[in-house]
Ligand binder design. Structure first.
Ligand code: GCU
Length: 433
Protein backbone atom coordinates (compact mmCIF):
# COMPACT_ATOMS: atom_id res chain seq x y z
CA UNK A 1 0.00 0.00 0.00
CA UNK A 2 2.74 2.34 1.12
CA UNK A 3 4.72 1.30 -1.91
CA UNK A 4 1.92 2.04 -4.37
CA UNK A 5 1.22 5.49 -2.86
CA UNK A 6 4.88 6.28 -3.20
CA UNK A 7 4.86 4.93 -6.73
CA UNK A 8 1.82 7.02 -7.69
CA UNK A 9 3.45 10.08 -6.13
CA UNK A 10 6.66 9.38 -8.00
CA UNK A 11 4.87 8.83 -11.31
CA UNK A 12 2.75 11.95 -11.00
CA UNK A 13 5.77 14.05 -10.07
CA UNK A 14 7.64 12.67 -13.07
CA UNK A 15 4.78 13.29 -15.46
CA UNK A 16 4.38 16.79 -14.06
CA UNK A 17 8.05 17.52 -14.73
CA UNK A 18 7.83 15.93 -18.19
CA UNK A 19 4.71 17.95 -18.94
CA UNK A 20 6.48 21.10 -17.84
CA UNK A 21 9.38 20.40 -20.16
CA UNK A 22 7.16 19.83 -23.16
CA UNK A 23 4.49 22.43 -22.62
CA UNK A 24 5.08 25.63 -24.51
CA UNK A 25 4.73 28.29 -21.85
CA UNK A 26 2.19 30.76 -23.17
CA UNK A 27 3.47 34.25 -23.89
CA UNK A 28 2.47 36.98 -21.50
CA UNK A 29 -0.98 38.35 -22.19
CA UNK A 30 -1.30 42.02 -23.01
CA UNK A 31 -2.85 43.98 -20.22
CA UNK A 32 -4.57 47.07 -21.52
CA UNK A 33 -6.21 47.96 -18.21
CA UNK A 34 -3.29 49.72 -16.58
CA UNK A 35 -2.87 53.52 -16.38
CA UNK A 36 -5.85 55.52 -17.59
CA UNK A 37 -5.66 57.60 -20.75
CA UNK A 38 -5.91 61.38 -20.52
CA UNK A 39 -8.48 63.21 -22.65
CA UNK A 40 -8.35 66.52 -20.84
CA UNK A 41 -6.21 69.30 -22.38
CA UNK A 42 -6.19 70.96 -18.95
CA UNK A 43 -4.14 68.01 -17.67
CA UNK A 44 -1.45 68.40 -20.31
CA UNK A 45 1.57 69.52 -18.29
CA UNK A 46 3.86 72.43 -19.13
CA UNK A 47 6.77 70.96 -21.04
CA UNK A 48 9.93 71.94 -22.86
CA UNK A 49 10.85 69.87 -25.89
CA UNK A 50 14.46 68.85 -26.48
CA UNK A 51 15.88 71.10 -29.22
CA UNK A 52 16.85 69.00 -32.24
CA UNK A 53 19.30 71.75 -33.20
CA UNK A 54 21.26 71.82 -29.95
CA UNK A 55 23.71 68.93 -29.46
CA UNK A 56 24.10 67.18 -26.12
CA UNK A 57 27.30 69.11 -25.45
CA UNK A 58 25.43 72.38 -26.03
CA UNK A 59 26.76 73.06 -29.55
CA UNK A 60 24.26 74.91 -31.72
CA UNK A 61 23.69 73.06 -34.96
CA UNK A 62 23.86 75.65 -37.73
CA UNK A 63 24.88 73.80 -40.86
CA UNK A 64 23.61 70.71 -42.71
CA UNK A 65 27.04 69.13 -42.16
CA UNK A 66 26.80 69.57 -38.39
CA UNK A 67 23.35 67.99 -38.50
CA UNK A 68 24.52 65.09 -40.62
CA UNK A 69 27.77 64.42 -38.81
CA UNK A 70 27.07 65.37 -35.23
CA UNK A 71 23.46 65.80 -34.24
CA UNK A 72 21.64 63.27 -36.41
CA UNK A 73 23.81 60.31 -35.29
CA UNK A 74 23.44 61.51 -31.71
CA UNK A 75 19.62 61.61 -31.88
CA UNK A 76 19.47 58.26 -33.69
CA UNK A 77 21.57 56.71 -30.93
CA UNK A 78 19.37 58.26 -28.24
CA UNK A 79 16.30 56.65 -29.84
CA UNK A 80 18.13 53.33 -29.99
CA UNK A 81 19.27 53.48 -26.37
CA UNK A 82 16.08 54.81 -24.87
CA UNK A 83 13.22 53.62 -27.01
CA UNK A 84 13.50 51.16 -29.90
CA UNK A 85 16.90 49.44 -29.56
CA UNK A 86 19.51 48.88 -32.25
CA UNK A 87 18.53 48.43 -35.87
CA UNK A 88 20.45 45.24 -36.75
CA UNK A 89 22.61 44.94 -39.84
CA UNK A 90 21.02 42.41 -42.15
CA UNK A 91 22.90 39.22 -42.85
CA UNK A 92 21.92 39.25 -46.49
CA UNK A 93 23.45 35.86 -47.07
CA UNK A 94 20.61 34.50 -44.95
CA UNK A 95 17.74 36.56 -46.29
CA UNK A 96 16.41 35.20 -49.56
CA UNK A 97 13.32 35.91 -51.55
CA UNK A 98 11.47 34.13 -54.31
CA UNK A 99 8.47 34.98 -56.46
CA UNK A 100 5.79 32.37 -55.84
CA UNK A 101 2.81 33.88 -57.70
CA UNK A 102 2.45 36.17 -60.70
CA UNK A 103 -0.93 36.95 -62.24
CA UNK A 104 -0.88 39.45 -65.10
CA UNK A 105 -4.58 40.32 -65.20
CA UNK A 106 -5.38 41.25 -61.62
CA UNK A 107 -7.73 44.13 -60.66
CA UNK A 108 -9.69 43.72 -63.89
CA UNK A 109 -6.51 43.74 -65.97
CA UNK A 110 -5.08 46.92 -64.44
CA UNK A 111 -2.36 45.23 -62.46
CA UNK A 112 0.05 42.36 -62.23
CA UNK A 113 -0.33 40.73 -58.86
CA UNK A 114 2.64 38.96 -57.37
CA UNK A 115 3.44 37.16 -54.18
CA UNK A 116 7.02 37.12 -52.99
CA UNK A 117 8.21 34.90 -50.19
CA UNK A 118 10.96 36.18 -47.97
CA UNK A 119 12.98 33.60 -46.03
CA UNK A 120 14.66 35.47 -43.21
CA UNK A 121 16.89 32.59 -42.26
CA UNK A 122 17.60 30.71 -45.47
CA UNK A 123 18.25 27.86 -46.10
CA UNK A 124 16.11 27.17 -43.01
CA UNK A 125 12.77 28.34 -44.23
CA UNK A 126 11.54 29.68 -40.92
CA UNK A 127 10.69 32.47 -40.27
CA UNK A 128 9.23 33.57 -43.56
CA UNK A 129 6.78 36.17 -44.80
CA UNK A 130 4.75 36.63 -47.97
CA UNK A 131 4.58 39.99 -49.66
CA UNK A 132 1.51 40.79 -51.73
CA UNK A 133 2.46 43.17 -54.55
CA UNK A 134 0.42 44.98 -57.20
CA UNK A 135 2.21 46.63 -60.13
CA UNK A 136 0.25 48.75 -62.63
CA UNK A 137 0.16 47.27 -66.12
CA UNK A 138 -0.23 50.68 -67.75
CA UNK A 139 3.27 52.08 -67.11
CA UNK A 140 6.50 52.95 -68.77
CA UNK A 141 9.51 51.48 -67.04
CA UNK A 142 9.53 51.12 -63.29
CA UNK A 143 7.15 52.87 -60.93
CA UNK A 144 7.35 54.10 -57.31
CA UNK A 145 6.10 51.73 -54.64
CA UNK A 146 4.31 52.01 -51.29
CA UNK A 147 5.57 49.49 -48.72
CA UNK A 148 2.98 49.11 -45.98
CA UNK A 149 2.51 46.24 -43.54
CA UNK A 150 -0.96 44.92 -42.74
CA UNK A 151 -2.57 43.76 -39.50
CA UNK A 152 -4.26 40.45 -40.24
CA UNK A 153 -2.73 38.76 -43.25
CA UNK A 154 -2.52 39.53 -46.97
CA UNK A 155 -5.76 37.61 -47.57
CA UNK A 156 -7.62 40.18 -45.45
CA UNK A 157 -6.64 43.07 -47.71
CA UNK A 158 -8.75 41.91 -50.68
CA UNK A 159 -11.69 39.66 -51.54
CA UNK A 160 -9.68 38.02 -54.31
CA UNK A 161 -9.91 34.32 -53.41
CA UNK A 162 -6.66 33.55 -55.22
CA UNK A 163 -4.58 35.53 -52.71
CA UNK A 164 -2.76 33.06 -50.48
CA UNK A 165 -3.73 32.81 -46.84
CA UNK A 166 -1.43 31.71 -44.07
CA UNK A 167 -1.88 31.06 -40.42
CA UNK A 168 0.87 32.34 -38.18
CA UNK A 169 1.81 30.48 -35.00
CA UNK A 170 1.35 32.73 -31.96
CA UNK A 171 -0.28 35.46 -33.98
CA UNK A 172 -2.53 37.71 -31.94
CA UNK A 173 -4.52 38.80 -34.96
CA UNK A 174 -5.65 35.78 -36.96
CA UNK A 175 -5.11 32.93 -34.56
CA UNK A 176 -8.58 31.76 -33.76
CA UNK A 177 -10.42 32.51 -36.96
CA UNK A 178 -10.58 30.31 -40.00
CA UNK A 179 -8.76 31.98 -42.82
CA UNK A 180 -11.85 32.41 -44.97
CA UNK A 181 -13.70 34.13 -42.14
CA UNK A 182 -11.33 37.04 -42.41
CA UNK A 183 -10.70 37.13 -46.16
CA UNK A 184 -11.26 40.68 -47.38
CA UNK A 185 -12.06 41.89 -43.88
CA UNK A 186 -9.64 44.82 -44.03
CA UNK A 187 -10.12 45.65 -47.70
CA UNK A 188 -11.50 49.13 -46.99
CA UNK A 189 -7.98 50.07 -45.86
CA UNK A 190 -6.36 48.93 -49.08
CA UNK A 191 -7.23 51.16 -52.05
CA UNK A 192 -5.33 48.88 -54.44
CA UNK A 193 -7.38 49.91 -57.46
CA UNK A 194 -6.90 53.63 -56.79
CA UNK A 195 -3.17 53.22 -56.12
CA UNK A 196 -2.54 51.26 -59.27
CA UNK A 197 -4.74 53.56 -61.37
CA UNK A 198 -2.59 56.48 -60.23
CA UNK A 199 0.52 54.68 -61.48
CA UNK A 200 1.96 53.28 -58.25
CA UNK A 201 2.90 49.82 -57.08
CA UNK A 202 1.99 48.73 -53.56
CA UNK A 203 3.48 45.97 -51.42
CA UNK A 204 2.07 44.67 -48.17
CA UNK A 205 3.20 42.05 -45.68
CA UNK A 206 1.49 40.68 -42.56
CA UNK A 207 3.51 42.17 -39.72
CA UNK A 208 3.15 39.11 -37.50
CA UNK A 209 4.86 37.01 -40.16
CA UNK A 210 7.92 39.11 -39.36
CA UNK A 211 7.34 38.67 -35.65
CA UNK A 212 4.26 37.76 -33.58
CA UNK A 213 2.97 40.68 -31.56
CA UNK A 214 3.49 39.05 -28.18
CA UNK A 215 5.71 39.43 -25.15
CA UNK A 216 7.83 36.29 -25.34
CA UNK A 217 11.19 37.46 -24.16
CA UNK A 218 12.10 38.05 -27.81
CA UNK A 219 12.17 34.38 -28.71
CA UNK A 220 9.76 34.44 -31.66
CA UNK A 221 9.80 35.64 -35.26
CA UNK A 222 13.00 37.19 -36.55
CA UNK A 223 14.37 38.00 -33.09
CA UNK A 224 16.46 34.81 -32.75
CA UNK A 225 18.41 36.08 -35.79
CA UNK A 226 19.67 39.11 -33.86
CA UNK A 227 22.45 37.17 -32.25
CA UNK A 228 24.87 40.09 -31.95
CA UNK A 229 22.97 41.74 -29.16
CA UNK A 230 22.84 41.20 -25.44
CA UNK A 231 19.28 40.66 -24.25
CA UNK A 232 20.06 42.64 -21.10
CA UNK A 233 21.54 45.64 -22.87
CA UNK A 234 19.61 48.92 -22.97
CA UNK A 235 19.74 48.93 -26.74
CA UNK A 236 18.59 45.35 -27.37
CA UNK A 237 16.22 45.67 -30.37
CA UNK A 238 12.58 45.52 -29.26
CA UNK A 239 9.63 44.32 -31.32
CA UNK A 240 8.78 47.52 -33.21
CA UNK A 241 12.43 47.49 -34.25
CA UNK A 242 12.10 43.91 -35.48
CA UNK A 243 9.06 44.81 -37.61
CA UNK A 244 10.89 47.85 -38.97
CA UNK A 245 13.90 45.68 -39.81
CA UNK A 246 11.53 43.32 -41.64
CA UNK A 247 10.22 46.18 -43.80
CA UNK A 248 13.78 46.89 -44.89
CA UNK A 249 13.99 43.27 -45.97
CA UNK A 250 10.81 43.75 -48.00
CA UNK A 251 12.58 46.60 -49.78
CA UNK A 252 15.57 44.32 -50.45
CA UNK A 253 13.21 41.74 -51.95
CA UNK A 254 11.50 44.31 -54.19
CA UNK A 255 14.90 45.21 -55.64
CA UNK A 256 14.79 42.26 -57.99
CA UNK A 257 11.22 42.79 -59.21
CA UNK A 258 10.73 44.14 -62.71
CA UNK A 259 8.57 47.24 -62.86
CA UNK A 260 9.26 48.42 -59.29
CA UNK A 261 11.60 51.36 -58.68
CA UNK A 262 13.03 50.82 -55.20
CA UNK A 263 14.72 54.23 -55.33
CA UNK A 264 11.20 55.60 -55.17
CA UNK A 265 9.85 53.64 -52.22
CA UNK A 266 7.62 55.11 -49.53
CA UNK A 267 7.32 53.25 -46.24
CA UNK A 268 3.90 53.67 -44.67
CA UNK A 269 2.03 52.29 -41.68
CA UNK A 270 -1.10 52.63 -39.60
CA UNK A 271 -1.12 52.84 -35.83
CA UNK A 272 1.51 50.52 -34.26
CA UNK A 273 2.67 49.98 -37.82
CA UNK A 274 2.87 53.77 -38.25
CA UNK A 275 5.32 53.81 -35.33
CA UNK A 276 7.14 51.02 -37.17
CA UNK A 277 7.20 52.96 -40.47
CA UNK A 278 8.68 56.04 -38.77
CA UNK A 279 11.40 53.99 -37.10
CA UNK A 280 12.12 52.11 -40.32
CA UNK A 281 12.35 55.34 -42.33
CA UNK A 282 14.59 56.94 -39.71
CA UNK A 283 17.11 54.09 -40.04
CA UNK A 284 16.80 52.98 -43.62
CA UNK A 285 17.54 55.99 -45.76
CA UNK A 286 16.84 54.04 -48.94
CA UNK A 287 13.17 54.87 -48.30
CA UNK A 288 12.52 58.09 -50.19
CA UNK A 289 9.61 59.13 -47.95
CA UNK A 290 7.60 58.04 -44.91
CA UNK A 291 3.90 58.04 -44.04
CA UNK A 292 2.61 57.79 -40.47
CA UNK A 293 -1.13 57.11 -40.32
CA UNK A 294 -2.64 57.60 -36.82
CA UNK A 295 0.60 56.36 -35.22
CA UNK A 296 0.00 58.05 -31.85
CA UNK A 297 2.00 57.36 -28.70
CA UNK A 298 5.49 56.07 -29.49
CA UNK A 299 4.96 57.20 -33.09
CA UNK A 300 4.26 60.76 -34.17
CA UNK A 301 2.58 61.99 -30.95
CA UNK A 302 4.70 63.98 -28.50
CA UNK A 303 5.30 61.92 -25.34
CA UNK A 304 5.53 65.01 -23.15
CA UNK A 305 1.93 66.02 -23.79
CA UNK A 306 0.70 62.91 -21.98
CA UNK A 307 -2.58 63.11 -23.86
CA UNK A 308 -4.58 60.06 -25.02
CA UNK A 309 -2.49 56.94 -24.60
CA UNK A 310 0.57 57.77 -22.52
CA UNK A 311 4.04 56.30 -22.17
CA UNK A 312 3.26 54.50 -18.89
CA UNK A 313 0.11 53.02 -20.41
CA UNK A 314 1.68 51.84 -23.66
CA UNK A 315 4.59 50.22 -21.83
CA UNK A 316 2.22 48.37 -19.54
CA UNK A 317 0.01 47.13 -22.37
CA UNK A 318 2.71 46.33 -24.91
CA UNK A 319 5.90 45.73 -22.92
CA UNK A 320 7.65 44.16 -25.90
CA UNK A 321 7.29 47.10 -28.29
CA UNK A 322 10.00 49.23 -26.72
CA UNK A 323 13.27 48.72 -24.85
CA UNK A 324 13.38 48.17 -21.10
CA UNK A 325 14.89 51.62 -20.75
CA UNK A 326 11.76 53.24 -22.21
CA UNK A 327 9.74 51.65 -19.40
CA UNK A 328 11.73 53.73 -16.92
CA UNK A 329 10.26 56.94 -18.31
CA UNK A 330 6.60 56.12 -17.69
CA UNK A 331 6.23 58.59 -14.82
CA UNK A 332 9.00 60.95 -15.93
CA UNK A 333 8.57 61.59 -19.63
CA UNK A 334 10.00 65.07 -19.07
CA UNK A 335 13.35 63.35 -18.54
CA UNK A 336 13.34 61.56 -21.89
CA UNK A 337 16.37 62.85 -23.81
CA UNK A 338 14.31 62.77 -26.99
CA UNK A 339 10.73 63.42 -28.06
CA UNK A 340 8.82 62.33 -31.14
CA UNK A 341 9.39 65.49 -33.24
CA UNK A 342 12.99 64.28 -33.36
CA UNK A 343 11.92 60.92 -34.78
CA UNK A 344 10.40 62.90 -37.64
CA UNK A 345 13.51 65.06 -37.89
CA UNK A 346 15.57 61.89 -38.43
CA UNK A 347 13.68 61.42 -41.70
CA UNK A 348 14.70 64.89 -42.96
CA UNK A 349 15.23 66.05 -45.65
CA UNK A 350 13.09 63.25 -47.08
CA UNK A 351 9.37 64.01 -47.30
CA UNK A 352 7.18 62.84 -44.43
CA UNK A 353 3.39 62.71 -44.05
CA UNK A 354 1.80 62.70 -40.61
CA UNK A 355 -1.93 61.91 -40.61
CA UNK A 356 -4.37 62.07 -37.71
CA UNK A 357 -8.10 61.41 -37.41
CA UNK A 358 -10.42 63.80 -35.59
CA UNK A 359 -12.04 61.16 -33.35
CA UNK A 360 -8.84 59.27 -32.69
CA UNK A 361 -8.02 61.06 -29.44
CA UNK A 362 -6.23 57.97 -28.18
CA UNK A 363 -3.48 58.81 -30.73
CA UNK A 364 -3.47 62.53 -29.76
CA UNK A 365 -4.01 64.34 -33.10
CA UNK A 366 -2.71 67.59 -31.63
CA UNK A 367 0.45 65.91 -30.37
CA UNK A 368 0.97 64.39 -33.83
CA UNK A 369 0.57 67.82 -35.43
CA UNK A 370 3.00 69.40 -32.96
CA UNK A 371 5.64 66.80 -33.75
CA UNK A 372 5.41 67.65 -37.42
CA UNK A 373 5.61 71.36 -36.59
CA UNK A 374 8.63 70.98 -34.31
CA UNK A 375 10.55 68.98 -36.92
CA UNK A 376 10.31 71.96 -39.28
CA UNK A 377 13.58 73.70 -38.17
CA UNK A 378 15.60 70.63 -39.14
CA UNK A 379 13.91 70.36 -42.53
CA UNK A 380 14.62 74.06 -43.11
CA UNK A 381 18.24 73.77 -42.06
CA UNK A 382 18.57 71.05 -44.68
CA UNK A 383 17.31 73.40 -47.37
CA UNK A 384 13.73 72.18 -47.81
CA UNK A 385 10.51 74.15 -47.40
CA UNK A 386 9.70 72.09 -44.28
CA UNK A 387 6.10 72.47 -43.13
CA UNK A 388 5.58 75.24 -45.71
CA UNK A 389 4.86 77.95 -43.15
CA UNK A 390 2.06 76.07 -41.39
CA UNK A 391 1.74 77.08 -37.73
CA UNK A 392 -1.82 76.08 -36.78
CA UNK A 393 -3.43 72.66 -36.79
CA UNK A 394 -5.82 72.69 -39.78
CA UNK A 395 -9.54 71.92 -39.83
CA UNK A 396 -10.68 68.42 -40.64
CA UNK A 397 -10.05 67.15 -44.16
CA UNK A 398 -7.81 70.11 -45.03
CA UNK A 399 -4.34 68.76 -45.83
CA UNK A 400 -1.47 71.22 -45.25
CA UNK A 401 2.29 71.43 -45.56
CA UNK A 402 5.08 71.01 -48.05
CA UNK A 403 7.97 68.54 -47.51
CA UNK A 404 6.34 67.83 -44.17
CA UNK A 405 2.61 67.28 -44.72
CA UNK A 406 -0.24 66.81 -42.29
CA UNK A 407 -3.97 66.21 -42.26
CA UNK A 408 -6.66 65.48 -39.72
CA UNK A 409 -9.25 63.34 -41.44
CA UNK A 410 -12.80 63.44 -40.10
CA UNK A 411 -13.56 60.17 -38.31
CA UNK A 412 -11.86 57.49 -36.29
CA UNK A 413 -8.75 55.34 -36.11
CA UNK A 414 -8.53 53.89 -39.62
CA UNK A 415 -7.08 54.13 -43.11
CA UNK A 416 -9.62 55.34 -45.65
CA UNK A 417 -9.80 56.33 -49.31
CA UNK A 418 -9.48 59.95 -48.20
CA UNK A 419 -6.12 59.13 -46.59
CA UNK A 420 -4.94 57.29 -49.71
CA UNK A 421 -5.94 60.20 -51.97
CA UNK A 422 -3.70 62.47 -49.90
CA UNK A 423 -0.83 59.96 -49.90
CA UNK A 424 -1.06 59.65 -53.67
CA UNK A 425 -1.01 63.45 -54.07
CA UNK A 426 1.99 63.52 -51.72
CA UNK A 427 3.75 60.86 -53.82
CA UNK A 428 2.91 62.78 -57.03
CA UNK A 429 4.52 65.89 -55.56
CA UNK A 430 7.67 63.98 -54.61
CA UNK A 431 8.08 62.08 -57.82
CA UNK A 432 6.83 65.00 -59.97
CA UNK A 433 4.09 63.02 -61.61
C1 GCU B 1 -3.49 50.11 -29.40
C2 GCU B 1 -2.26 50.82 -28.89
C3 GCU B 1 -1.80 51.92 -29.84
C4 GCU B 1 -1.65 51.36 -31.23
C5 GCU B 1 -2.94 50.68 -31.64
C6 GCU B 1 -2.89 49.98 -32.98
O1 GCU B 1 -4.58 50.96 -29.36
O2 GCU B 1 -2.55 51.32 -27.62
O3 GCU B 1 -0.57 52.47 -29.41
O4 GCU B 1 -1.28 52.37 -32.10
O5 GCU B 1 -3.26 49.68 -30.70
O6 GCU B 1 -1.86 49.56 -33.42
O7 GCU B 1 -3.97 49.80 -33.56
Amino acid sequence: MKFSILRIAFLSATSFIVALCFTVVPCEAQNPTIAPANYDEALVPQYVLPDPLVAEDGTKIETPEQWREKRRPEILELFKKNMFGQFPEADLSKVKSEETVSVSDSLGGKATRKEIKIYFDAPNEFPQATVLLYIPNDRQGSVPVFVMPNFQGIHTTTDDPSVSAYKVENSTHNLDKTLDDVRGKAKSRWAFDMIVSRGYAVATVFYEEIEPDVMCNFTRGVHPLFTNFDLNADDYPATIGAWAWGLSRVLDALGSVDGVDVKKAIVAGHSRLGKTALWCGANDERFAAVISNNSGCGGAALSRRQFGERVDRINASFPHWFTKKFHEYGDKVDQLPIDQHELIALIAPRPVYVASASEDLWADPKGEFLSALNADPVYRLLGTDGFGGVTEQPDVNAPVGATIRYHKRAGGHDVTDFDWEQYLNFADSIFKK
